[in-house]
Design a protein around this ligand. Structure first.
Ligand code: 9MR
Length: 568
């Protein structure tokens, strides 16, 4: 069924960092410890030991043993682990791959830019393409977009730019919001830890690489500018803009001939704009004061408009030509936006909305973490990270909630065959790899707040899962690992549909196992799958193998954090 053959010895196919725990999983029904051998690239045995039988593992359906080879710590490439006749994929003991992935995961966003040519000098010939959606035939363009007929807002908007959300050509304010926030949060955290030089001008391959501004801010601004353009005259933000009908695979962005349409404004989109614009206002304050002021004005206006329209929900059935991104609970978006506005301005009114929110002090933080539809923890993270005037005891309570939830993750990870901060007792959702990585961010913050090594080790366990220590012996990050995702659901990186087009570029993250089988390919191939095996590397399997900006932003945040830990 799955074109990717599986191994009996499952390792992170990319690398284990020196000085940190190194674990692998053996698939075996034996009830007694098995002898494992670590070999170097010449095939010489350099270490050996015994596995620990763990029995049947629920998430994978495998009978497993744990292999712990932490005591071997000699950097090198091309190591393998063997048990009997079974040998793992090769891997490095090195911090270098994670330092590289920090940048490749960010490069994804330049690839996804709309409204501008993607130039070979930044991405290489195979990924270069003309600008999409700038009104060059057959494109209809995002220059002058009317509202959908059933809304008839009475104006058109120029909403060129931004990032395409995923494998489609839609651009969604809800989702653009969390993705931009996560990149900006990575930067804001790095400023506080002294690691901001990692994102300095000239660190990324983008057109703005010599403009005197940190490159991560430049990339985030590409989307922040789009979010600003989605603001209606009344201060509300349009929920999304996308094609009138779904296009076929493949469809190059510049050849998309569908009519483009704005959906109605929504409270959730408006609060995403308010939150990100307020966050951006404080980050650009000392870098571009004019832009900072523009962002803050837009954020205040959006927040006011959302309070006047507190329950304007996006239509959950509006899924033709683009995703719905509907969300029936917006108290979390209100909290997030108020937290960003209060942190940036110190205004009493925003403070009252923060402290009066049911989400205050990470009240609802749990092992579900955060996502595009659940954004309260983003407000908590900002309040815990950036100086503000809230009582020290309340900030301490937020930080301790992160440690409490991180301990819950570690407790079940201890029991899992393929340890990852997503137990999946109720299944794995669409984009499960982002759940894993967002929960890894919770673990990382617990480490930041407490200094406890166990949380750091949990973050690296999550990365090992994503990079190949999983029951499918697959790295979910393209270009990383011997058997890595290639055939992402994407209209341009559609090599599987058209061999003249490229595969997914290095550093792009597959959505990952989704046990609800929500596309025809998954429904045909994956019936009965244990949750961690509900995945296939097929371009048609969009509910398991798409890429998306809010997933790569999670990968970028976590790899940036991990690279900092191992000393870049
Ligand atoms: O990530 C989204 C996931 O949480 C939803 O369950 C799913 C179905 O509504 O949509 C996902 O987002 C997709 C969006 O709707 C359209 N662009 C591609 C996104 C990633 O698959």
């Amino acid at each position: 069924v799955n074109p990717n053959p599986t191994k009996k010895v499952q390792v992170d196919q990319v690398g284990y960092a020196p000085g940190l725990p190194k674990r692998a999983t053996l698939v075996s029904a034996e009830t007694t410890p098995q002898t494992w051998t670590l070999k170097d690239s010449a095939g010489t045995a350099v270490a050996s030991g015994k596995s620990t039988p763990k029995g049947a593992d629920t998430a994978s359906g495998d009978s497993v043993h744990l292999i712990d080879f932490s005591s071997f710590d000699t950097p090198g490439t091309g190591y393998t682990l063997s048990v009997g006749a079974d040998t793992s994929f090769p891997f490095d003991i090195s911090a270098d791959p994670i330092k590289k992935l920090r940048y490749d995961s960010l490069a994804f966003f330049y690839h996804q830019r709309s409204g501008t040519p993607i130039e070979a000098q930044y991405v290489g010939d195979e990924y270069a393409r003309p600008a999409g959606h700038v009104n060059v035939a057959p494109n209809k363009g995002d220059n002058d977009v009317p509202c959908r007929a059933d809304i008839a807002c009475g104006y058109t908007l120029d909403v060129r730019g931004g990032w395409y959300d995923a494998g489609d050509h839609g651009k969604y304010v809800v989702n653009g919001g969390i993705a931009t926030w996560q990149l900006l949060n990575s930067y804001e955290r790095a400023v506080r830890t002294g690691d901001a030089s990692a994102f300095a001008d000239g660190t990324m391959n983008i057109p703005e690489r010599a403009n005197g501004v940190p490159d991560l801010l430049d990339e985030a601004r590409w989307e922040a500018d789009f979010l600003l353009k989605m603001q209606a005259p009344d201060g509300m933000a349009h929920h999304k803009i996308h094609d009138a009908n779904w296009t076929a695979l493949p469809t190059r962005p510049e050849l998309d001939d569908q009519v483009r349409r704005l959906s109605a404004t929504s409270t959730a989109a408006t609060l995403n704009l308010a939150a990100v614009a307020a966050q951006g206002a404080r980050l650009w304050r000392g870098i571009d004061a004019t832009y900072s002021a523009t962002l803050l004005t837009a954020a205040r206006k959006a927040y006011t408009a959302a309070k006047a329209n507190p329950a304007k929900l996006a239509d959950p059935n509006d899924g033709t030509g683009g995703g719905a991104y509907s969300d029936d609970t917006v108290s979390d978006e209100f909290y997030w936006a108020a937290a960003e506005l209060y942190t940036t301005t110190g205004d009493a009114a925003y403070r009252a909305d923060v402290t009066g929110s049911p989400h205050y002090r990470a009240a609802g933080l749990n092992t579900d973490g955060f996502s595009w539809g659940g954004t309260a923890p983003l407000g908590d993270i900002t309040l815990a990270l950036a100086p503000n005037g809230l009582p020290a005891a309340d900030i301490a309570a937020i930080k301790s909630a992160f440690a409490t939830v991180a301990d819950q993750h570690l407790a079940y990870m201890e029991r899992m065959g393929y340890a990852t901060p997503y137990e999946g007792a109720d299944g794995y959702v669409w984009g499960s790899n982002s759940t894993v990585l967002n929960n890894a961010q919770v673990l990382a913050l617990a480490h930041d707040f407490t200094g406890a090594a166990k949380y750091r080790d949990g973050v690296f366990e999550a990365l090992h899962y994503v990079l190949g220590r999983n029951p499918l012996s697959t790295s979910y990050v393209a270009g990383y690992g011997e058997q890595a995702m290639r055939n992402a659901h994407h209209r341009f990186w559609a090599h599987q549909s058209d061999p003249t087009l490229p595969t997914a570029p290095p550093g792009s993250l597959s959505g990952g196992p989704n046990s609800f089988l929500q596309d025809p390919v998954a429904a045909r191939l994956l019936v009965g799958c244990p949750v961690q095996k509900c995945w296939v590397d097929d371009i048609g399997a969009y509910s398991v193998n798409e890429v998306a900006i809010n997933w790569n932003s999670a990968l970028a945040w976590v790899t940036g954090w991990a690279a900092e830990q191992v000393g870049r």
